[in-house]
Design a protein around this ligand. Structure first.
Ligand code: TMP
Length: 214
């Protein structure tokens, strides 16, 4: 591996666990340490991938079958990885990505019950050997998280995922846990039921423990 390659860090979790807050705080902490990085997200992260995101989150006038949803997630990912993630990592920048491949296993595999096999095949096709160097899974009980998401969105229309029921998010959370249990070295589970300050501190401790920052 190219020694100057940047680190690829992804942040995962169900709606309302405080991902956006932690992504912003992490970015600030990296800037304070002079670490050159970009913040991005999935689905989206480039103009074209953001157009696919718009369909995924907000298409209402026609049904989007789960398999089409899965394929669009990977279409957006292929665009994002090739046009944004790879070039930045190659240039030595860290890439901090709000959701990535584990979200597909959790939402489409668990939530939509598509299972893991079709996702594995698409993952091999789209990502090849690419994997995040570290994934932070922000974890909190579903009821508490959804309540936080509802407060945050007060007044705004819920998107296609936010409109799902509690059972959907229980399946998503279970699938995230299964991923973390299968890959404990890559996926670090962070207790997101704590205060935002405590979560941010845990994340920095995690990075210090790996000697990525000091
Ligand atoms: P968010 O970025 O505001 O959380 O919205 C993105 C939504 O997309 C979120 O509900 C999770 C969902 N999603 C999937 O279902 N599968 C995926 O692979 C990704 C990246 C996101």
């Amino acid at each position: 591996m190219n020694e100057n390659r940047g680190r690829f860090l992804t942040i995962e979790g169900i709606e309302g666990v405080g991902k956006s807050t932690q992504v912003a705080r992490l970015s600030q902490a990296l800037s304070e340490r002079g670490i050159d990085h970009v913040v991005t997200r999935e689905p989206g992260g480039t103009p074209l991938a953001e157009r696919i995101r718009e369909i995924l989150l907000n298409c209402r006038d026609e049904a989007l079958p789960p398999v089409a949803e899965l394929l669009l997630m990977f279409a957006a990912r292929s665009v994002h990885v090739n046009n944004h993630v790879d070039p930045n990592l190659k240039a030595g920048r860290w890439v901090v990505c709000d959701r990535f491949i584990d979200a597909t296993y959790a939402y489409q595999g668990g939530g939509r019950r598509l299972g893991v096999e079709s996702i594995r095949q698409l993952e091999a096709m789209v990502l090849g050997a690419r994997r995040p160097d570290l994934t932070l899974l922000l974890d909190a009980p579903v009821e508490q998280s959804l309540q936080r998401a509802r407060q945050r969105n007060a007044g705004a229309a819920a998107d296609r995922f936010e409109s799902e029921r509690v059972e959907f998010f229980e399946r998503v959370r279970d699938a995230y846990h299964a991923r973390a249990a299968a890959e404990p070295d890559r996926i670090a589970v962070i207790d997101a039921a704590q205060s935002a300050d405590a979560v941010a501190a845990d994340i920095l401790t995690m990075l210090e423990g790996r000697a990525w920052i000091s």
